[in-house]
Design a binder for this molecule. Structure first.
Ligand code: NAD
Length: 435
């Protein structure tokens, strides 16, 4: 039976490499559609947890993983020789920046080498990790073709970006249209056929480079527009204008305007990182990417701005940052997720700590906070009446739905709100500073 028939009959085995925020939701979708999936990860602890039916991602229930494992539909492994078993292999490994803020493709390259070591005719390989245009053709294809097998003839290779939005109750992997661009027409055809079995709509593009560029455009669009409202927030504040009210009003325009919201900086694994994959690649073509650099500059300056607002608010109460008790509400990079990667709240905590403040935090989704970027090693504290009374400032960095903002403001001495979370608070508005 050929690959297309195996896909159409759901008999194709799907191997998903990288059991994280992107890989696990894909396991769910493929299994839901009747495929068998094998999850590959170098992290043995994750592999063991999954095989024991335990999830480590909030919006992926353990019960669902357990059910799939028990039914023999899903298994996880760190044995990459089992890649031979898969008919389709999806790569969902991290694509971070290195210390010099340049693309670090180590995980993609290592994974592609593992695939090459097990490649057999008739397999489909799809890169899903966000990266600069050209990665699939220039980095993955040569490694796979070094086996002697020919791309688009003996095996198929494509890029299809992931658009997962963790914590979004309306959209998840299955109902977000998926862009697919192959390294050749056969590769596009086969990869599209696979995704059509599980995803509401497949959008074919003419090459893997277009698919890669599409994802980068989406992320740059967000990064630049968030920078724009962050910059306007600072200006409007000086002019005595509430940016949130302005955005609400502008959003009533039925065309030509999409709202973006300011915040304490950019967070998450994508928006603060991916645009710099393109600006790095652009250097090869000697074309400056000024929007990307400027947006990066504006967004990374936001935590400093917020600290300035906290300091000024404390100053009005004759208190210095040094020695003040400051609790950060929300450590995750956005509301209702358990992800602190690149979270601006970490930078806020570090800056406050450096200024001599006694920093604590609460986050219903993040019990402990220890990151490679942070010297702080903290545990989430409980927001009791007594604890809040002892705080000189409650700094709202993330607007989690679990918070009762009326209650928080009611029991705090000073609230600095970076998310407009306190907009509906009825009493105590004199204690609220927007930042
Ligand atoms: N998180 C999101 O919302 C999101 C959305 C769209 C796109 N993306 C992109 O998807 C990719 C994956 O992101 P993520 O958030 O799922 O990351 P993640 O860190 O949650 O998961 C990645 C997984 O890959 C594993 N891994 C690391 N190196 C590996 C290797 N060499 N071989 C096998 N497994 C390896 C890690 O142990 C981890 O479990 C990135 O390129 C990211 O930019 C993420």
């Amino acid at each position: 039976m050929g690959l297309m028939e195996r896909i159409e009959s759901r008999e194709a085995g799907v191997g998903i490499i990288g059991m994280g925020y992107v890989g696990l939701p894909l396991v769910r979708e493929f299994c839901k559609a009747g495929f068998k999936a094998v999850g590959f990860d170098i992290d043995r602890v994750k592999v063991e947890k999954l095989n024991a039916g335990r999830s480590y991602i909030k919006h992926i229930p353990s019960e669902m993983i357990g059910r799939l494992v028990e039914a023999g539909q899903f298994t996880a492994t760190d044995d990459f020789t089992r890649l031979k078993e898969a008919d389709a292999i999806l790569i969902c490994v991290p694509t971070p920046l290195d210390v010099a803020r340049e693309p670090d493709l180590t995980a993609v390259i290592e994974t592609t080498r593992s695939i090459a070591a097990n490649l057999r005719p008739g397999q489909l390989v799809v890169l899903e990790s966000t990266t600069y245009p050209g990665t699939t053709e220039e980095e993955c294809r040569p490694i796979l073709e070094a086996t002697g097998l020919r791309c688009d003839e003996d095996f198929y290779l494509a890029f299809s970006p992931e658009r997962e939005d963790p914590g979004n109750p309306k959209y998840s992997a299955g109902n977000i249209p998926k862009v697919v661009g192959g390294c050749g027409p056969e590769s596009t055809r086969v990869a599209s056929a696979l995704y059509r079995c599980v995803i509401v709509e497949v959008v074919e593009v003419s090459s893997s480079q277009v698919a890669e560029a599409c994802k980068i455009l989406e992320n740059i669009y967000r990064c630049v527009n968030i920078a724009l409202v962050n910059e306007l927030k600072r200006l409007f504040d000086k002019m005595g204008i509430d940016i949130w009210e302005v955005i609400r009003a502008a959003s009533t325009k039925p065309f030509g305007f999409q709202p973006f919201y300011p915040g304490p900086g950019l967070g998450g694994h994508c928006i603060p990182i991916d645009p710099f994959y393109l600006s790095w690649k652009a250097r090869q073509y000697n074309v400056p990417t000024r929007f990307i650099e400027l947006a990066g500059e504006v967004n990374t300056a936001m935590p400093e701005y917020v600290i300035g607002r906290v300091a000024a608010a404390l100053n009005r109460r004759r208190k210095p940052l040094n020695g003040s008790n400051i609790c950060i509400a929300g450590m995750a990079y956005k509301k209702d997720v358990d992800d602190i990667r690149e979270s601006p709240a970490i930078t806020l905590a570090n800056l406050l700590h450096e200024a001599g403040a006694n920093v604590t935090y609460n986050d219903p989704h993040i019990p402990k906070m220890k990151t490679r970027h942070s010297a702080l090693d903290l545990e989430s504290v409980e927001l009791t009446e007594e604890f809040l009374r002892e705080q000189d400032c409650l700094l709202i960095a993330t607007d989690h739905s679990a918070y009762d903002y009326d209650w928080l403001v009611g029991h705090s001495q000073l609230v600095v709100d970076t998310r407009n979370a306190t907009k509906d608070v009825k009493e105590g508005r004199d204690k609220i500073v927007k930042a």
